[in-house]
Design a protein around this ligand. Structure first.
Ligand SMILES: [Fe+2]
Ligand SMILES: [Fe+2]
Length: 351
């Protein structure tokens, strides 16, 4: 097998700023994995790995451009394992695996700064008390009933604001079924069944026209949003929300965190979507675009209740699960709050 396109390779570390690094690695994504691993020599590999570490340090130190490039690269690399390819891809490449690991570790370390470990230690041991504690933690969090939804979306957002909103939301809502499919691997008993019920709802209970991702995509048609517009429009915080969801759902060691992360996502959706539906009706937008949000006001209340009772309570017998679920919940709440703060500041800057 030979490489059909010219492979972009790094020459020296100094010239490799985050943007150049992301361009080089992105150009590798359509090279067959074996070919890529054979072509990138030890020196080039070292240069790339060093550049990834530098980008991670910059992102962790508050450099917003580096943070954006870091999350953009992770999102593109996740694309290799989340989308069926139209052509050859580098899925399985060893050098790309190393890059993914570094990006994931840095992303998680950055998010863990916002997780109060003392708080995790305070979690009650009794499963029902634990669930009440977790819900109270979420109710006291700035992400709960955030003004971006409760005030801006509900009463002030215009058509363009809603268009921007759904683009940013696509990284989680647009693939919620695949997140569930990934996180259910290895589960048993009540948890397996609850994830299966939730998944079947995602599949429209067998009706192709009611599949949730299909319903979500109808809103894209109302706003004429194309696939190529998506990536450019996604902010760093939106990319991070999607990347975190994928990371927690794809690794078995992070299963407890996925339970907490998705549990909070389901639980917060109905109240948020009430505001979206209100805005949609206020603006008189086509009804076809709001089916997804209207449906989830009801269905996600049921999903959250099922999740709490059939996934979280049985799991909460274990101290490690209690800790991981709370960590995952906080990872979702913190990233959601930051993302909504950013959205609100952006909206206010335009009004
Ligand atoms: Fe759904
Ligand atoms: Fe749901």
């Amino acid at each position: 097998m030979s490489v059909s396109v010219e492979l972009a390779l790094p020459r020296c570390a100094d010239a490799l700023n985050p943007r150049a690094l992301v361009e080089i690695i992105s150009s590798w994504l359509h090279i067959p994995a074996t070919e890529l691993d054979l072509t990138v020599n030890a020196d080039q590999r070292r240069i790339v790995i060093e550049a990834v570490r530098t980008m991670n340090e910059l992102a962790g130190g508050g450099d917003s451009a580096a943070f954006h490039q870091q999350q953009l690269l992770l999102s593109r690399l996740y694309g290799l394992v989340l989308r069926l390819p139209q052509a050859v891809t580098a899925e399985g490449s060893v050098v790309l695996h190393e890059v993914v690991r570094l990006l994931e570790e840095a992303t998680l370390a950055r998010e863990d700064h916002g997780v109060d470990t003392v708080l995790l230690d305070e979690a009650p041991a009794d499963p029902k008390d634990y669930l009440s504690w977790l819900k109270n933690l979420a109710r006291r969090h700035p992400a709960y009933k955030h003004p971006y939804y409760a005030e801006f979306i509900r009463d002030r957002a215009g058509r363009e604001d809603l268009r921007t909103y759904v683009i940013q939301e696509s990284v989680v809502d647009g693939r919620f079924d695949d997140l569930l499919a990934m996180m259910q691997v290895g589960t048993t008993d009540d948890a397996k069944l609850e994830i299966a019920r939730n998944y079947w709802d995602e599949m429209g209970n067998g009706d192709a026209d009611q599949v949730h991702t299909h319903l979500f995509n109808q809103i894209f048609q109302v706003f004429d949003i194309g696939a190529d517009e998506l990536e450019d429009a996604l902010t760093a915080e939106a990319l991070l929300s999607g990347n975190l969801a994928v990371m927690l759902c794809r690794y078995r060691r992070l299963y407890p965190e996925a339970v907490g992360f998705l549990g909070m996502t389901e639980w917060f959706a109905p109240d948020r979507f009430v505001q979206v539906v209100h805005a949609w009706e206020r603006l008189g937008l086509p009804d076809v675009g709001i089916v997804y949000h209207r449906l989830h006001i009801t269905v996600d209340s049921l999903h959250a209740a099922g999740w709490f009772h059939n996934v979280i309570i049985p799991a909460a017998e274990s101290p490690a699960m209690r800790r991981g679920i709370a960590r995952g919940a906080l990872l979702r709440l913190n990233s959601s709050a930051r993302y909504l703060d950013e959205r609100l500041a952006e909206a206010r800057s335009r009004s």
